[in-house]
Write a protein that binds this ligand. Structure first.
Ligand code: C2E
Ligand code: CA
Ligand code: CA
Ligand code: CA
Length: 279
């Protein structure tokens, strides 16, 4: 039994080392990824629910790794956040989205809108608003034209500090559009909708998924739409995959949709093609 116990211990210790080792390896690779410019942005269109036209898009981070292939953010965003690497990577995302917006404007799409995702940690940097506005102006984009929109989660608003409010006010006063991502999944109270200068709500895909079959989800989506409308906010449904979901959302008065039904996130070149042909 003694012998067995020791083997067990070695077995578990070995497991822990293996997972700690994997994590360390991932962290090291991610540090190199930024230097080697292995991050890329894919773009997913947002469409108007009535006209079906592309009205904007969301930039989504990918890691094009030589060893691992194209890696989705679910595999590495938490490591970037835990290590603080999300700060330089987040800056890179914003710069890249701005550059791409300028390229598309020059290519004859003046009304392009790109939404960029932000982590709570980015908001906690001192003077984050100046950083964002500086990056935009360096790229030649006037913030007030609404070319770049910022998506924040309820976690950002939950850190209900004077700093957060100040940052959001500065961005809003400069004319930037702000939306709340994954709306309805967070823990914060609804009073932040009154306190913070928000333009639109993104209805989380978990509520959209079972829309035609689940009356609870239908009730939640209807409530979010009613709330958004009465506060004068734009409403966009995420993760729309079926015609049934689309029809239901349209009838419920949602404004915009995003999801595989319309298009998956695609590389910039494919988005150019979509803009030329599907806009
Ligand atoms: P999110 O911001 O909620 O983005 C929506 C996610 O849903 C994306 O996953 C998108 O590819 C996926 N999606 C879109 N349509 C559908 C659909 O019809 N069905 C299903 N099942 N999924 C759909 P992705 O690209 O893997 O990104 C995951 C999350 O990673 C994002 O969730 C966001 O929280 C985070 N993220 C992505 N890019 C960035 C970034 O540049 N910065 C930060 N801080 N976070 C990012
Ligand atoms: Ca988002
Ligand atoms: Ca979302
Ligand atoms: Ca999400």
């Amino acid at each position: 039994a003694k012998h067995e116990g020791r083997n067990n211990f070695q077995y578990y210790a070995g497991q822990m080392n293996a997972s700690a080792w994997r994590r360390l390896k991932l962290e090291t690779e991610l540090r190199r990824a930024l230097e080697r410019e292995e991050f890329v942005l894919h773009y997913q269109p947002k469409a108007d629910l009535q006209s079906g036209k592309v009205v904007g898009m969301e930039a989504l981070l990918r890691w094009q790794s030589a060893d691992r292939g194209l890696v989705a953010p679910g595999e590495f965003i938490s490591v970037l956040e835990e290590t603080g690497m999300i700060l330089p990577v987040g800056e890179w995302v914003l710069r890249t989205a701005c550059k791409q917006a300028c390229l598309w404007q020059a290519a004859g799409f003046p009304d392009i809108h790109i939404a960029v995702n932000l982590s709570a940690m980015q908001f906690r940097q001192p003077d984050f608003a100046s950083l964002v506005l500086g990056i935009m102006r360096e790229s030649g984009l006037e913030p007030a034209l609404g070319v770049i929109e910022l998506e924040l989660t309820e976690t950002v608003l939950m850190h209900n500090s004077a700093g957060t409010l100040d940052t959001l006010r500065k961005l809003h006063e400069a004319g930037m559009r702000l939306s709340i991502d994954d709306f309805g999944t967070g823990y914060s109270s609804l009073s932040y909708l009154k306190r913070f200068p928000i333009n639109s709500l993104k209805i989380d895909q978990s509520f959209v998924q079972d829309l035609p079959v689940n009356p609870d989800d239908e009730a939640i989506v209807a409530a979010i739409i009613a709330l958004g409308r009465s506060l004068g906010l734009g409403l966009i449904a995420e993760g729309v995959e079926t015609e049934e979901q689309l029809a239901r959302l349209r009838r419920m008065g949602c404004n915009q949709m995003q999801g595989y039904l319309f298009s998956r996130p695609v590389p910039a070149a494919e988005m150019t093609y979509l803009l030329q042909n599907g806009g």
